[in-house]
Structures are given as structure tokens and as C-alpha cells.
Write a protein of this length. Sequence first.
Length: 367
Amino acid sequence: MSLDALPFEVICLVASYLPNRDKLSLLQCNRVLHDTVIDVLYKQDERTTCDALPWLLERGFERGTQHLISRSNLDVNISVCHRTNLINTPLLIAIGFGRPNMVELLLRNGAQANLGTDISALGYAATLGYYDMTSLLLQHGAHVDLVGVMCGRSPLGCALEFGTPFREGREDSPYSWFRQALYGDLSKLKEESEFVAVIQLLLANGADLHFQSDENLSTALHRIPKGPWKSPETLFSLFLDSGADLNAQDSKGDTPLHVAFSQDAFLGDMKAQKKFVTLLLSSGADVNIKNRRGETPLGISVENPGILELLIKPVASTRWRGKSGDEIIWKLLKTSWQKQARFKAICDQYHLDRAALGARGLCRSNH
């Protein structure tokens, strides 16, 4: 008779009397035995205070997890980690460890896809770029626009703003909470194409492009420049075909064009920034809409001189004056000396008075 054929209680009794050095040998007898008694052994491990369920979920042990749930009539929606840990329910833990088989098992055992947690299950799967788990949650009734209690974003917003930026996040970064939720393992993050696939799936299931879920009232188009996108063309085309409003305004009155001109747009990737601005302008975005500060997109500080050229071509109102009384065109030309040659070419092309710029101290003399 094999050891795993013994009654469960007998196996547990044997395990409870084994010294730590022999427990691993017991586990190595076979997989069935391992899955059966691991919860008992793990709870006796003095090196950790975690419960058995997260351990089983991390390793994808279906048999042991199902046995633990069935034997204890376990509520799979309870928090199994400290409340300060944002990823604290079994479903979120399984998603975080990238275990679609465990996600499916938990859903079969009563896990609620729409449980009101700090980040929704669907939002977390979208955050990590997990297409299979996003699809699985949607099939089990996950609300496509459910907003996480703490993150304040819909799953679409999570997929657009999160992901690869966390590879270079600092400890004081607003994204640090997310890195902690990933248990420090940034290898879980997916490539840009996989996030695009998740976004397409969400849109196909009715995600609202114009849902302004957070306090900033950002739409999907506002969120693109806030992410790490290297090639925003696919997303922009997808949103435009879905009826995105090019001139939607957020809580500050900024349009997507305003946001695209911010210095941290696309995490400082000027190439992606220029692509996105070009797409907006060629699709008819209004360059003269003012935000709540009274600024048109020309009022945003621009570090990339190529962006200035794009804005002048649609004949934006360069004569508009800011609160300081200076015409915005002068504000735009305040930039580092290394870019003066580029601005000289722009001034010549658009017949701007460089002598006037020199009088204002904005151009360096070439003596």
C-alpha cells in the first residue's frame, strides 16, 4: 500500500511528528501526497507566518487548494493577507502569481469577480497584461468598467497607464504601491503588444472609452500619454474607430492634446510624444481649446522643438497672451541652448522675428 493511500488524518499525524529536515523528504514521495498534506506542513513552518492557501495558489497546486477549500468550507472571498497588503484576497493573489488555473478554480468555488477591493480582479489582470485571465474573468461576469476602491481606475485605465513604467519606478514614485503588489517580481510585466490585446478585449466587451472614473476625469485618450507606449498609433486608431472624443476635457480642462504636451508625456519619450501629437492634429484635434488655467496647448511648456513646429502648422493662435502678459510664442521658445539651432530654423520657416527674440534674451548671439 502506498503512503498516499493512508487516511488523511494518519498522514497529518505522521507529518506533525516529523522534524523539519524530514518533511521535505515526505513531500517528495509523490505529487498526490504533496498536494494533500502541504497545508498542514506549511502551517507548521516557523520561518513564515503565511497561511497555506497563498502558498498553494503561488505554486498552482489545484488538488491541495480544492481539498483545503472543501475540507474547511472556506470562504474564498475573505482576506488571507494583512489588510495593508492591496493584493489580499485569494483571487487577487492567484492573478498576481499568474495562475489562470487557480483563478478558474477559485471562480468555480464561489470567488466573486466583482468584489469591491482596492483594485478589482479585472483591473489587476489588465494591469499585468494577462489576456487569458482577463478573458476568464469577463466570462465569469466581471464588470468591464468596475473601478478599484483605491486605484480609482477602470480596467481599461489600468491597462493604459500601468505596466512597463514600473521597471524604472523609484521608491517615491506614485507607482511604488503597485511594485509592492507585484512582490518585487517585475518579470511578470508583459510587452506592449500584450497590453494592446488586453485593451482590445476590454473594448470588445463594452469598456467605455469616455468613462472618467478617477478624480482627474481622464478619458482613454488622456491616459495614453501617461503610459509607456512606444508606438501609440495602434491604440489611437483603435480608440478613434471606437468613437473617442478628441477634444474631451478632464477636471483641469485639459484635452488629450494638452496632456500630450506635458514634459512627462510618454515618460519622456519625445519620439512617441511627437507621433501622438501628429495623430491628434491630423485627426482634427482643436489646437485652440483653453483649459481652466486659460491655456491652449501652446501654453504648455514644450521641450521638443519638433512639437512646436507641429502646432504652428495648424495655425494655432500664437498671439494669445498668458497671465504674465507675454505672448505664448515667447514662452515656448524658452528652452535649453542646445536646441537654439532647431528654433532658428523654425523661426526662419515661419517668419518669426528672431531679433525680437534676442531683445527678450531668448536667443544666444552667434558671435
